[in-house]
Design a protein around this ligand. Structure first.
Ligand SMILES: [Zn+2]
Length: 275
């Protein structure tokens, strides 16, 4: 299978992989663009679509990482606004490269495809709330960009999957799913602070961790939440348990990673799958 062949080819490239260097950082939809911003102090700032970007020091150089929206068109140019430490402003073009995600066509009974009228207001309210949460920007950035896989198990690889239900396109899948038995403990993918917890219509019981500089992780469909907003958690600390709350067909963890309020492929940050 194609996926297997790809995995066999990559370990050599991953041996001495500096965090998010090429080929991991790719300016594809759902990917991460990496911009070099020189070494001058103080730290530069960068924005895309009005959202501040993660900027970190790698050796002597400042690096900005921009999450590229899944909705970005291949061949289009994103304009990253950079304010360098010396006060100079620059517009840095980032060309979006092509990446094709799978499309799934589903036919369901019409009443299942539509949100009941009494749930529409709740859904919109939740969406607005989560949009605000995912725009959280804390100054202190993550120590490392490498994340731990929150639960053991095979990753579905379904990030970016485009679902077309009864001929209508839905928003693409914004995370990856890991199937695991109900009650499996979930580990924090990195050290952070709990930015939000709630019980949402589609996501069920959900936790969001803030890792700083606009990097957040989201854990959905939990059966239990074992931490509370405002608390600090260490990397690997138990934060909740796998469940099947919200709109799901079986127990699994839905895991998302956000940069500049854009969902990016979590696989970019996770150790390569072995075995
Ligand atoms: Zn999912």
């Amino acid at each position: 299978m194609r996926r297997r062949a790809f995995l066999l080819l990559t370990p050599a490239l991953l041996l001495a992989r500096p965090a998010l260097a090429a080929p991991a950082a790719t300016a594809a939809p759902g990917g991460v663009a990496r911009l070099r911003l020189g070494s001058a102090e103080p730290a530069p700032r960068a924005h895309l679509d009005g959202r501040r970007l993660l900027v970190r020091r790698e050796k002597k150089e400042w690096i900005a990482l921009a999450g590229v929206p899944l909705s970005a068109q291949a061949g289009s140019t994103l304009k990253v606004e950079v304010q360098l430490g010396n006060g100079r402003q620059e517009l840095r073009p980032v060309k979006v490269v092509r990446k094709t995600y799978l499309t799934q066509h589903l036919s369901v009974a019409p009443e299942q495809a539509e949100l009941p009228a009494e749930q529409v207001a709740r859904y919109q309210q939740e969406r607005e709330h989560l949009t605000q949460v995912l725009r959280t920007f804390s100054e202190t950035g993550p120590e490392s960009l490498e994340l731990l896989q929150p639960v053991p198990g095979r990753r579905s690889g379904s990030f970016g999957l485009r679902r077309i239900i009864n001929g209508q396109a839905r928003s693409p899948h914004s995370g990856l799913d890991i199937a695991a038995p109900e009650g499996t403990p979930i580990a924090a993918a990195a050290a952070g602070r709990v930015a939000d917890s709630g019980d949402y219509l589609f996501l069920g019981r959900t936790l969001v961790l803030d890792h700083g500089q606009g990097m957040l992780t989201l854990y959905a469909h939990l059966s239990a939440i074992d931490t509370a907003p405002g608390e600090s958690v260490a990397a690997g600390a138990p934060i909740g348990k796998v469940g099947m709350t919200g709109r799901v067909t079986g127990p699994h963890l839905h895991f998302s990673v956000y940069l500049n309020a854009v969902s990016v492929d979590p696989a970019i940050f996770l150790p390569s799958e072995t075995g």
